[in-house]
Write a protein that binds this ligand. Structure first.
Ligand code: ATP
Ligand code: MN
Length: 329
């Protein structure tokens, strides 16, 4: 039985990228494995959230998780800041993580470019915190999207380095996981690379059918190909990429044919795409609306999740302290 861990930053509602990159894989794994899913509120601090909004966002993400099918009877669901052992491990790991390797992380360079007024040390050490998230439960598999590949590589390196330095075989080297297939990246509908909370180009699981139709309709297109079998520009390929996760094989083949024959009618394709997205999100949205008002249940889930997560985390911290040489008097 593998230990599986995944998490999502509480910086907004969940979108199709989170769903197909992380959540859906995770949900499929919860029957057979020991699964941990957490709400990354400490990670959200890098962008200085308004204290009045912090809890609201954590609640939203919890509601989204449960509505999407994470089952607290099978998996451990918890809020990152409820487990202080993670912060402790982050501190220890940081002593074996180097400025140079952090500074050249792709995500750090991107964020530093986007928020030049706030290039804080938390942003720099984000990969250490992510490694602590994973290593605190000694996870084997981490369902994530393609954007997290480099961070997982760093986690493996930190785990190996710890083991080598202290001459132990303690931490496992976790792998980014998507059922043996390639990691996926869901693009935005604005012609940009990635759908992301901080990109403002998301289709949210909580969006109404009307909103989804509107967003899909606005997606960037052109007047269609003029040469048979031509290569698709990125913004068109993006529509097909989303179609590949939400639509049936027949539908996808149909539009591939239309493209190749230069008979593309984007209006039809968008209508179909919106319908297929709505079929995925609607049942989730309905559950979100119910769960949102069930404070009692949410409290119970968060409390029990924190207890179980801390049980696993405190064991790791005890071991790590011993390995590092901490001793009581
Ligand atoms: P933020 O902009 O706050 O970083 P995000 O939209 O990138 O938010 P995260 O919370 O960083 O979302 O990521 C949570 C999980 O969702 C990760 O496993 C990540 O790989 C996955 N994920 C996020 N965006 C995508 C995407 N566009 N395609 C596939 N997976 C994604
Ligand atoms: Mn992200």
């Amino acid at each position: 039985m593998d230990i599986v861990l995944s998490g999502i930053r509480s910086t907004g509602n969940l979108h199709l990228g989170n769903y197909y990159g992380a959540l859906q894989n995770f949900i499929k794994m919860q029957e057979e494995n020991k699964c941990f899913f957490f709400i990354a509120d400490l990670h959200s601090l890098t962008t200085h959230p308004d204290p009045a909004m912090l809890h609201e966002n954590v609640k939203n993400v919890l509601v989204n998780y449960l509505a999407a099918g994470i089952d607290p009877e099978k998996s451990v669901i918890y809020v990152q800041s409820d487990v202080p052992e993670i912060s402790e491990l982050y501190l220890y790991l940081n002593m074996h993580v180097y400025m140079g390797e952090l500074a050249k992380t792709v995500s750090f360079k991107e964020k530093a470019r986007k928020q030049p007024e706030n290039v804080n040390a938390g942003l720099l050490t984000y990969p250490t915190l992510m490694a602590a998230d994973i290593m605190i439960h000694n996870a084997d598999k981490v369902p994530v999207g393609k954007d997290q590949e480099q961070h997982l590589e760093m986690t493996r390196r930190f785990a190996r380095r710890f083991n080598n330095f202290y001459n132990v075989e303690y931490f496992k080297e976790p792998v980014a996981y998507n059922f043996g297939q390639e990691l996926i990246k869901i693009p935005g509908l604005d012609g940009s690379g990635k759908m992301g909370k901080s990109e403002g180009n998301c289709i949210y699981l909580a969006d109404s059918p009307k909103e989804i139709e509107k967003k899909v309709k606005r997606a960037l297109t052109d007047s269609g190909p003029t040469e048979p079998n031509s290569v698709k520009p990125d913004y068109i390929e993006n529509l097909f990429t989303i179609m590949r996760v939400v639509s049936t094989d027949e539908v996808i083949a149909h539009y591939e044919e239309k493209w190749n024959a230069c008979e593309m009618r984007y209006g039809d394709m968008k209508k179909q795409l919106a319908t297929d997205i709505i079929a995925v999100t609607s049942p989730i949205r309905e559950r979100i609306i119910v769960l949102e008002n069930d404070t009692e249940y949410l409290r119970k889930v968060a409390r029990e999740g924190a207890e179980q997560a801390r049980e696993s985390a405190s064991k790791t911290i005890r071991d790590v302290r011993e390995i590092m040489g901490f001793k009581g008097f």
